[in-house]
Design a binder for this molecule. Structure first.
Ligand SMILES: Nc1ncnc2c1ncn2[C@@H]1O[C@H](COP(=O)(O)OP(=O)(O)OP(=O)(O)O)[C@@H](O)[C@H]1O
Ligand SMILES: [Mg+2]
Length: 308
């Protein structure tokens, strides 16, 4: 076992989930030229090719048209929040961006290259290092925290357990959880489990010569957390994006007002399969877009139809 006190371990016989995830992204149609006032990346040069571009992306599940011809560009150095009512396709768009799900129609470009099939279908690595933090923290219950955080390095690097342990500890320290490596997920609070899933996403591989820009994808990172735990996670997202070099970018799906305001530069509002609004977070209280207004006022009346 990968254990902070016992450095011998066995590679866990657990199927590999997609490795990790956390980032900072900004808006699409406002493009990379948009100013990043107040944002940690504002001093970094913008990258002109979108990290991700969706062209006419359509996805159905059965008779339900979830995404209906979505065009979207995610640029480096931007923090983008996908918002919208439940069931509107936010997780679906994240899964398509990450390459876990294929669109029925339309194209996905990763750093300017068209993706063929799903993530991992080709031997060549994609031009962006995509890292995911799932809606559920998605830790393996039967593995310790250290084993969860070190899992991808155990599976995909030539590093020994003894070499991985300090990297695990460093990742845990970066998310404010030093010394919890020996515990099991069930022994942690929901907020701590979320932070462990961040540590898993950001663990470094010092043997890698990967210089690709990173894109962190967070699905509902603060769902189910109390306001204080939410603030800790929101601050962590911002802090991690400041610490990561090289065009670090993230996209976040969230319902939570505090998370939208505290972590996003740009907001993309999805409803009825389409992008209904796409603008800077500073505009969400000023725009008269009826979808945005209804969402932020929690009004029953408006263009958003709530089932039941
Ligand atoms: N694998 C699947 N099979 C069938 N239907 C699916 C599948 N994945 C998603 N759906 C449906 O697609 C729609 C969009 O789902 P999605 O999870 O993207 O919504 P969401 O905006 O993330 O919602 P929430 O805010 O509740 O997480 C929903 O109606 C959902 O039931
Ligand atoms: Mg979802």
């Amino acid at each position: 076992m990968l254990n902070a006190t016992d450095q011998s371990f066995t590679r866990p016989a657990v199927p590999m989930a997609h490795p990790h995830g956390v980032t900072t992204a900004t808006l699409d149609r406002h493009g990379p030229h948009e100013s990043h006032q107040g944002h940690p990346h504002r001093d970094r040069p913008p990258c002109t090719t979108p990290l991700i571009e969706l062209r006419g992306v359509t996805k159905r599940f059965g008779s339900k048209l979830v995404l209906d011809g979505i065009d979207l560009k995610l640029y480096a150095n931007q923090a983008v929040a996908f918002i919208g009512p439940s069931g509107t396709g936010k997780s679906t768009i994240m899964r398509i961006i990450s390459g876990l799900l294929e669109p029925d129609a339309g194209e996905v470009y990763v750093a300017g290259q068209r993706r063929q099939g799903l993530m991992g279908d080709t031997r060549e690595p994609e031009g962006v290092d995509l890292r995911l933090v799932f809606q559920q923290a998605a830790l393996f219950d039967s593995l310790t925290v250290a084993e969860n955080v070190g899992f991808s390095l155990l599976q995909h690097s030539s590093l020994s357990a003894a070499e991985i342990l300090p990297l695990v500890e460093r990742a845990l320290a970066r998310v404010g959880l030093p010394g919890v490596g020996d515990r099991y997920p069930a022994e942690l609070s929901g907020g701590m489990r979320k932070r462990v899933s961040f540590a898993r996403a950001i663990i470094e591989n010092p043997t890698s010569d990967d210089t690709r820009p990173e894109l962190l994808l967070y699905d509902e990172p603060t769902a189910g957390l109390d306001p204080i735990a939410s603030t800790i996670v929101e601050d962590l997202m911002r802090d991690l994006s400041r610490q990561v070099d090289n065009c670090s970018t993230y996209a976040v799906v969230t319902h939570q007002d505090s998370t939208i305001r505290r972590t996003a530069d740009r907001v993309v509002f999805l409803y009825g399969g389409q992008i209904r609004w796409d603008g800077p977070v500073t505009e969400i209280d000023r725009t008269d877009n009826p979808y945005v207004r209804q969402f932020f006022s929690s009004a029953v009346d408006g263009p958003i139809r709530v089932a039941g």
